[in-house]
Design a binder for this molecule. Structure first.
Ligand SMILES: *[C@@H]1O[C@H](CO)[C@@H](O)[C@H](O)[C@H]1NC(C)=O
Length: 266
């Protein structure tokens, strides 16, 4: 049997890697099977606002001045598969803000956008952060979650029940621009409180996201079965920061482009 030249094999491998990278592990085929578990993704405004906020606008909660969020806020509730991939855009249901009108003030507080950009929705569109989360992820949470209203209300309820900011504060992990904390200590604090292992995502050594995982009945479970958060695959170093963010925002929410370098913005 003729063997392929090494170069061909290498470029095939690169192609496969590239496809896996571009698709981001998303399974968009028709008839996606039912998900295995939920991840509640929480974002740390101290990191996200410092990293991405060059631009202020009324929809960006980083720009709310002294009212900018100082707790973990909701990124989304994501149905996932155990193999590390996830379903996406599962039904044709378009986001309709009218369905969640009674939840808007809670969503503005606990599930705010931390950016000015519109988010991608299904079918090639762009929309609110909430539209992205519902269409891409929420529509795949059937049969546990019935509709858009149920998706947002359920997510808020789970978020209220598992107060990560409180657990970390009580364990001595206080937001700070000077301190670094052991990643293992943060993970242990969450394990002790919720009896499950979270997944942390860092950028430049700062905690950017913390994900809590749940069975379909919302009992906590480990985020990645059999995987060690302290392994080299983690985006977090052994010591991480939990930075505070001093808002660049203008109190009146006026549009402004703030081009301060990051260190001056602290
Ligand atoms: C989490 O706990 C903190 C400190 O106890 C409290 O101030 C905050 O309101 C709680 N957050 C939520 C979403 O309940």
């Amino acid at each position: 049997m003729a063997s392929l030249p090494t170069q061909t094999i290498l470029s095939l491998q690169i192609l496969v890697l590239l496809i896996a990278y571009v698709s981001g592990g998303v399974v968009e085929a028709k008839n996606q099977r039912e998900f295995d578990y939920f991840a509640l993704a929480l974002q740390w405004p101290g990191t996200v606002c410092q990293r991405y906020t060059g631009h202020c606008c009324s929809s960006n909660a980083c720009c709310r001045g002294t009212n900018a969020p100082i707790e973990f806020t909701i990124h989304g509730l994501w149905p996932d598969y155990n193999d590390g991939t996830w379903p996406s855009c599962c039904t044709g249901s378009n986001f309709d803000i009218k369905e969640i009108s009674t939840l808007l003030s809670a969503l503005e507080t606990y599930w705010p956008s931390l950016s000015c950009s519109l988010a991608s929705t299904c079918h090639g569109g762009k929309g609110l952060f909430w539209a992205h989360e519902w269409e891409k992820h929420g529509t795949c949470s059937f049969p546990v979650i019935r509709d858009e209203y149920d998706y947002f209300l359920t997510t808020l309820n789970v978020y209220f029940k598992y107060n990560v900011t409180k657990v970390l504060n009580e364990a001595g992990y206080i937001p700070s621009n000077a301190e670094k904390y052991p990643l293992g200590g943060i993970i242990t604090a969450i394990q002790n409180a919720f009896h499950a292992t979270p997944l942390l995502v860092c950028s430049n050594g700062a905690v950017e996201e913390l994900r809590l995982c749940f069975y379909k009945d919302f009992k906590p479970r480990d985020c990645v079965i059999g995987s060690d958060m302290l392994s080299s695959k983690s985006s977090c170093p052994k010591y991480v920061s939990l930075p505070t963010f001093v808002s660049l925002g203008l109190e009146n929410g006026e549009d402004a482009f703030l081009s301060l370098p990051q260190n001056e913005a602290l």
